[in-house]
Design a protein around this ligand. Structure first.
Ligand code: FMN
Length: 231
């Protein structure tokens, strides 16, 4: 079969972090598996997080009432989008699998990664009203969240103080990724990694599962989420 391309969208400020170690381990492992690996190191390139008129070269259609979605769709059609967005579009088009590697911030992705989602998943390019969810533009691609937390696993259970992790991840996994058609793989979660050493004998992945290959995607809504506590 053809070489698989994996895009790693990575957000951590420090090369000495656990996230950096996981990223490096993932790149090594994926290359060993024969994958082509593309990395978007968002802090490294100081990726712009805000969705603004600056994302469009030339005149906007309606400067009195600037509508980011409509204006960027037009700019995409006319090849007038900012070059950093165009670069990410190119990588995304080539990717069979997109892995988001990040520390959880406020039950979500860090702002710089949310900015990647806001700006790169352009209307027309990543979704339209006709092409979403099971008809989504990226339905032949897979996506996976891989992240670290400050919390322990029990705190993110349905009766833990934070509530169920599946519910926490719903906006990103369903509202962003599944919306664009991605087959969403089960997340890889590194609970409270400050208590783990990246140099542990098992390696940075700490004996956890290697990057996915032929895993089945999650169902939306995940069949078991709302069944808990029934009966
Ligand atoms: N940890 C959680 O478990 N849930 C959170 O909602 C959460 N929000 C955070 C928000 C901010 C702004 C910061 C700085 C940290 C937050 N944390 C949260 C803790 C980080 O997820 C944790 O420090 C990080 O995953 C550790 O990985 P690292 O050592 O690679 O930085």
């Amino acid at each position: 079969s053809a070489t698989k391309t994996v895009l790693l969208v990575y957000a951590h400020q420090s090369a000495g972090s656990f996230n950096a170690a996981v990223k490096t381990a993932a790149v090594d492992e994926l290359k060993k598996q024969g994958c082509r690996v593309l990395v978007s190191d968002l802090y490294e390139v100081k990726f712009k997080a805000t969705a603004t008129e600056d994302d469009i070269t030339g005149a906007v259609k309606n400067p009195e009432h600037f509508c980011y979605g409509n204006e960027t769709m037009l700019a995409w059609q006319e090849a007038r989008l900012a070059s950093d967005i165009v670069d990410e579009h190119k990588k995304l088009k080539e990717a069979d699998l997109v892995i988001f590697q990040f520390p959880m911030y406020w039950f979500s992705v860090p702002a710089i990664m949310k900015g990647w989602m806001d700006r790169v998943l352009t209307l027309g390019f990543a979704y339209t009203l006709e092409k979403r969810y099971s008809e989504g533009i990226f339905r032949d691609k897979k996506a996976m969240l891989s992240f670290t937390t400050g919390s322990h696993e029990t705190m993110f259970s349905s009766n833990g103080i934070n509530g169920d992790m599946n519910v926490t991840l719903w906006p990103i996994q369903n509202g962003v990724l599944n919306y664009c058609g991605f087959q969403v793989l089960a997340p890889q979660i590194f609970w409270a990694p400050t208590h783990l050493s990246p140099e542990a004998p098992a390696g940075p992945l700490g004996g956890r599962r290697p990057p996915p290959s032929n895993e089945a995607p999650l169902a939306f809504p995940p069949a078991d989420i709302f069944d808990k506590g029934k009966g």
